[in-house]
Design a protein around this ligand. Structure first.
Ligand code: NAP
Length: 321
């Protein structure tokens, strides 16, 4: 099987290798900013976008803390993508299957071909985390969702629980309330992690919160009917009738692909970078939510992307001299 795969890759390599200075894997705010900067530095740039994981930003209904912009995450991303294309970066809607380093440059192997680049920027973001409880997987698409903007409209006028206490959970709860759902937030502690401005919006809308509670299981028939919760203080189980359960308990970095190149990650799977967004592998950089940066916001992802592109530029220039 392995030899078959290699033969396949060899065929792709011989058929249509395309050469670039920089290949950026990911098209969220970090990847698109890196593409804008990289193209403006005059480097031949390609960026790859895959459906899974879609950028977390594209799923965010409202952005209020990106300087100079207020609107949906999708709209912000569209503007960034347009800007990257305007400066000459090439967009490939192709899933990256494998990466390898050959003779000082890198090969990005996708389902459709092989791209050779002098430098790589990982901007792969993260995927939603699951609760890992009974009923969760079974009811995905039948009441369990990880995306309020994608699925919220199915629940207008209906009861939904949002699970989590971070920015995503609170943003989702506010959005679902705004579109006409009967929302209750469920959080495992007695205080929210979300920033204060979002908490204020939540309480202003009188969205009830079930504190100190975790969801033990989701139950239903052809669709979700209830969630069984555990009050962690009283150690008491109770059921809440609901039509939907929106799970927003954080992200898991999408960094497995970085292993192909020997890139170091921390114990939680985030790519280790220095102040110049350099990884331990020469010519490989990382930006945004996939790396071990202290703050995960759109604005910091953009900052990381700009720094990564600048470092890639220095690296490519040095290679050529
Ligand atoms: P997050 O900040 O990691 O929060 C995850 C939340 O889920 C926490 O409240 C956590 O509880 C809870 N949680 C985790 N595992 C759980 C479990 N097994 N059962 C029950 N609850 C669980 O994740 P996020 O809200 O998705 O945000 C991810 C990053 O994106 C953050 O850095 C965030 O600031 C950023 N973000 C920013 C914005 C914005 O600025 N508008 C919007 C969305 C996301 P504990 O609090 O008890 O740990």
């Amino acid at each position: 099987m392995e030899s078959l795969v290699v033969t396949d890759l060899q065929k792709k390599t011989e058929a249509n290798v395309r050469d670039y200075d920089v290949a950026i894997i990911g098209a969220g705010p970090a990847g698109l900013t890196a593409a804008i900067y990289s193209a403006r530095y005059g480097m031949k740039t390609v960026f790859f976008e895959t459906v899974n994981p879609a950028s977390q930003l594209s799923l965010t209904p409202v952005i209020e803390n990106f300087p100079g912009f207020e609107g949906s995450g999708f709209e912000l991303l569209e503007r960034m993508r347009h800007q990257a294309l305007k400066f000459g970066a090439e967009h490939r809607f192709e899933s990256v299957e494998k990466l390898r380093k050959i003779n000082g440059s890198f090969e990005v192997i996708t389902e459709s071909g092989v791209y050779r680049a002098k430098a790589i920027i990982f901007a792969t973001g993260g995927e939603h985390r699951e609760l890992g409880i009974p009923g969760e997987r079974e009811f995905v698409g039948k009441g369990v969702s990880y995306c309020a903007t994608c699925d919220g409209h199915f629940f207008r006028g209906k009861r939904v629980l949002v699970v989590g206490g971070g920015n995503t959970a609170v943003t989702d709860a506010i959005y679902l309330k705004e579109i006409g759902c009967q929302v209750t937030l469920v959080h495992r502690r007695d205080e929210l992690r979300a920033e204060k401005a979002l908490q204020d919006e939540l309480f202003k809308r009188n969205i009830p919160v079930i504190w100190n509670s975790i969801v033990l299981r989701v139950e239903g028939d052809e669709k979700v009917r209830k969630a069984v919760l555990l009050d962690r203080i009283e150690n008491r189980e109770f059921a809440v009738e609901t039509d939907g359960v929106f799970i927003a308990v954080g992200i898991r970095p999408a960094t497995d692909m970085a292993m192909d190149l020997g890139v170091e990650r921390d114990s939680a799977g985030y790519i280790k970078v220095d102040k110049k967004q350099r990884t331990n592998v020469n010519g490989v950089f990382a930006a945004g939510d996939c790396c071990d940066n202290p703050l995960k916001q759109v604005v910091t992802a953009c900052g990381d992307g700009a720094v990564a592109a600048n470092s890639a530029f220095e690296y490519v220039k040095m290679m050529g001299s």
